[in-house]
Design a protein around this ligand. Sequence first.
Ligand SMILES: [Zn+2]
Length: 177
Amino acid sequence: MPTPLAHALAGTAVYLSASRGGGRSREDLMLFASAVVAACFADLDFGLNFLTGENYHHYFTHSVVFASFFTIGAYFFSRLRKRVAPGRDAWILGLAYLTHLLLDVFSKDTSAPYGLELWWPFSDAFTIAPFAVFDDIWRGTLPELLSLHNWLAVAREAVIVGAVVLVFWWSRRRQSG
Ligand SMILES: [Zn+2]
């Protein structure tokens, strides 16, 4: 699975592609920060592992239905905060959430069950792409965590998702300039 770096970059790409503001107002900055959080949100299931001692990673928070709940929640939260365009906020944040599932599906997974419980609660099956774009991250010990393997995996994420961010950043600059 990709690191939070890849997910945060994907959230940034969605924000750049979909928001219309110049990125300088408080409203816009809040939306940017929220898109980054939305893109990383699914991995909060690590917290459930920690609290319960059981494995919940890649289960229900990594499903399309949960992403839909998140999007509806974002809409009502935006309305509650009296933001200008709750509908637009919600679909930007929902899209950011979906990038998480997309990146994870295209990642190398070395521990069963492989992939994500993408279609929960309709199916308990785990979905994974037939090929991996992103490498796995070794997390067993500190030397593993700091291994060359992991640095290369992070570099790959930065190059691939960073390139998408650059494209959207550049096109937005052209539009506003
Ligand atoms: Zn994930």
